[in-house]
Design a protein around this ligand. Structure first.
Ligand SMILES: [Mg+2]
Length: 243
């Protein structure tokens, strides 16, 4: 039975620690992935339509998620991650009609690996600061390259988190239980005292539920209409959920 069918309505009772995913949950490329992507492509003579970029990217990401369900990993090693993203961008621009050399994929990788190109969602800043003020211990559990830590420092968010658990540093990625267990050990809490929030039904929701944490899917754009578990569309909803 899919885990989300076991969903029991949440109350904040007993939750002491809240963990967050990073990409598309707390932080995003500026101004947005499709806009930044389009800018880099233009510099290489490729004109792309932003809607088409979003559509093709979502299709490729769905394929990656399917492979991840079968055990494929890439964010657990920085070199593996680099190779994965270079291939991903090469395929993405290929599907958008690009026939040039790999310079475009290299540039995309460089731009999207630059902490200066990212910002925090406004609701993320507000929710994280408010939860911290209310006394929750906060942590991060992310499939990301090690430079995520520099990004959080740059955004002034790093100090709000008691623990940062990043796949590229730990050598294991979500939804593997080990990454969640590392977070539990570092925060010193039992799984049932913790909630994890993220935008992936598989890596975040299912991964957290499998170690016994409470889980909430962040579905900012209504991409998962058939998801049956607990869901929010804005991180500030956590404050009500945990009340
Ligand atoms: Mg994410």
């Amino acid at each position: 039975m899919p885990l989300e069918e076991e969903y029991i309505p949440l109350s904040g009772k007993g939750v002491h620690a809240v963990f967050f995913d990073a990409g598309e949950t707390l932080v995003h490329p500026v101004p947005s992935f499709p806009e930044l992507f389009r800018e880099v492509c233009l510099a290489h003579g490729l004109e792309v339509d932003m809607l088409q970029v979003s559509r093709v990217t979502r299709g490729l990401m769905a394929e990656v998620e399917e492979r991840q369900r079968e055990g494929f990993t890439f964010s657990d090693d920085p070199e593996k991650s680099r190779r994965f993203w270079l291939r991903f961008y090469a395929r993405l621009v290929g599907e958008l009609g690009y026939r040039g050399d790999d310079g475009l994929a290299q540039d995309l990788y460089r731009i999207f690996s630059d902490p200066e190109r990212y910002d925090a969602y406004p609701d993320a800043r507000e929710a994280v600061a408010s939860l911290r003020d209310r006394g929750y211990r906060l942590g991060l559990i992310s499939n990301f390259e090690p430079w995520l830590e520099d990004l959080l420092v740059r955004l002034g968010l790093a100090d709000l988190f008691s623990v940062l658990v990043i796949s590229g540093k730990e050598g294991v990625e979500k939804p593997h239980p080990r990454l969640f267990e590392i977070a539990l050990e570092r925060v010193g809490a039992r799984p049932e005292e913790c909630m994890h929030v993220g935008d992936s039904p598989n890596s975040d929701y299912r991964g957290a539920r499998e170690v016994g944490m409470r889980a909430v899917l962040l579905d900012r754009w209504g991409r998962h209409p058939s998801f049956a578990g607990e869901r929010i569309s804005d991180l500030r909803e956590l404050l009500t959920l945990l009340d």
